[in-house]
Design a protein around this ligand. Structure first.
Ligand SMILES: Nc1ncnc2c1ncn2[C@@H]1O[C@H](COP(=O)(O)OP(=O)(O)OP(=O)(O)O)[C@@H](O)[C@H]1O
Length: 321
């Protein structure tokens, strides 16, 4: 990343679990740089290796090969220094202290990050206000709803002024309004305080809205690394929605075997199916429908969204083409 300030740099990272033929390569030769002051989304289907990659970067999992540098400091050589400005919220939550109040948790986590909590009390007030927690500041965390606990987890991660944060499914379980507030707050911290965020999520809308850049993992490898815009517009991908009374189970199954299928909705007669395909596949799709004598009631072309691109990138090859 020439001339730009790199927050996290990973080179040739490889992590295997198990031995012999049963071994799983969870992270397979991953190299990437993450620019300071950006939000990078990490996407991938279940088992793609996202958590293992994040845990390897955080030093919670020991990779067989590769190096990790945080703000230029090698994790292996100088772990304390490398992690001085890093924090994380993994598996959707963080171990907040349920008997402590919300504010006490923020002060506690600031302290263990090596920050005098009095020096960041304004930051805490702002975080509480932004996340709608001001009224709950003096309530023990155990008495809060699940969504509110989630917000306290996030506030705790941000409480000590970490410069690089890893957030795994940060919006899981939040209502739409809280999720949006959280996304706005993240963007503000990134833009005003040059916070660097690596965010993994299965919620494509969140990733599409908040991330500067998206990394897509599949089978331990990075299969795409680009801005949301470039991912959406850089591919020859069509999202087609077909409604027909003639789409019975057998035809739907044939189409599923050949095309990336986003959804199938059964109707009283027939079905509505959403598929994505490239231009060549589009001709083939129409040919197949004609060969099956399917009368087309409605055909819609839908602007591909990140989910379409994601399915296209991560669906296992090897259908009966
Ligand atoms: N401790 C472990 N021991 C053995 N195999 C593991 C271990 N942790 C992960 N794996 C395997 O490594 C692969 C990658 O798992 P990982 O949890 O990193 O994927 P993920 O992309 O985070 O998935 P998800 O979206 O489901 O959280 C999977 O095949 C998983 O079964």
């Amino acid at each position: 990343m020439d001339g730009r300030d790199v927050a996290v740099s990973v080179t040739g990272l490889r992590k295997r679990f198990g031995d012999g033929p049963e071994a799983i390569t969870a992270v397979d030769d991953v190299t990437l740089d993450i620019e300071t002051g950006s939000i990078v989304g990490l996407l991938g289907p279940n088992g793609a290796g996202k958590t293992t990659l994040i845990k390897s970067i955080l030093g919670m999992v020991l990779p067989e090969e590769g190096t990790v540098r945080i703000r230029g400091v090698d994790l292996h050589d100088r772990p304390r220094e490398a992690y001085a400005h890093v924090d994380a919220m993994l598996e959707g939550a963080r171990n907040d202290y349920w008997r402590l109040t919300v504010r006490e948790n923020l002060r506690y986590f600031a302290t263990i990050s090596g920050v005098d909590p009095d020096s960041v009390s304004e930051r805490h007030d702002r975080l509480l206000a932004q996340l709608g927690l001001t009224e709950k500041a003096d309530v023990p965390v155990r008495d809060l709803s699940r969504g509110m606990k989630q917000k306290v987890s996030l506030a705790s991660v941000l409480a000590g002024g970490a410069k690089v944060v890893f957030l795994d499914e940060p919006t899981l379980g939040l209502d739409i309004e809280s999720s949006r507030t959280l996304q706005r707050e993240l963007r503000r911290l990134v833009e005003e305080e040059a916070l660097t965020v690596v965010l993994s999520s299965h919620d494509m809308d969140v990733v599409e809205t908040v991330c500067d850049r998206v990394l897509v993992m599949s089978d331990g490898e990075i299969v795409a690394d680009d801005t949301v815009d470039a991912l959406l517009h850089g591919t020859d991908l069509h999202h087609i929605q077909i409604t027909s009374g003639d789409l019975d189970a057998a035809i739907v199954s044939t189409l599923r075997n050949r095309f990336d299928t986003i959804s199938v909705e059964s109707r009283d007669r027939g079905a509505r199916i959403d598929v994505t395909t490239d231009s060549d596949g589009l001709y083939e799709l129409l040919d197949r429908l004609r060969a099956e004598d399917v009368t087309l009631e409605r055909v819609r072309t839908i602007e591909p969204d990140l989910e379409d691109v994601f399915v296209d990138l991560t669906t296992v090859e090897g259908r009966d083409r």
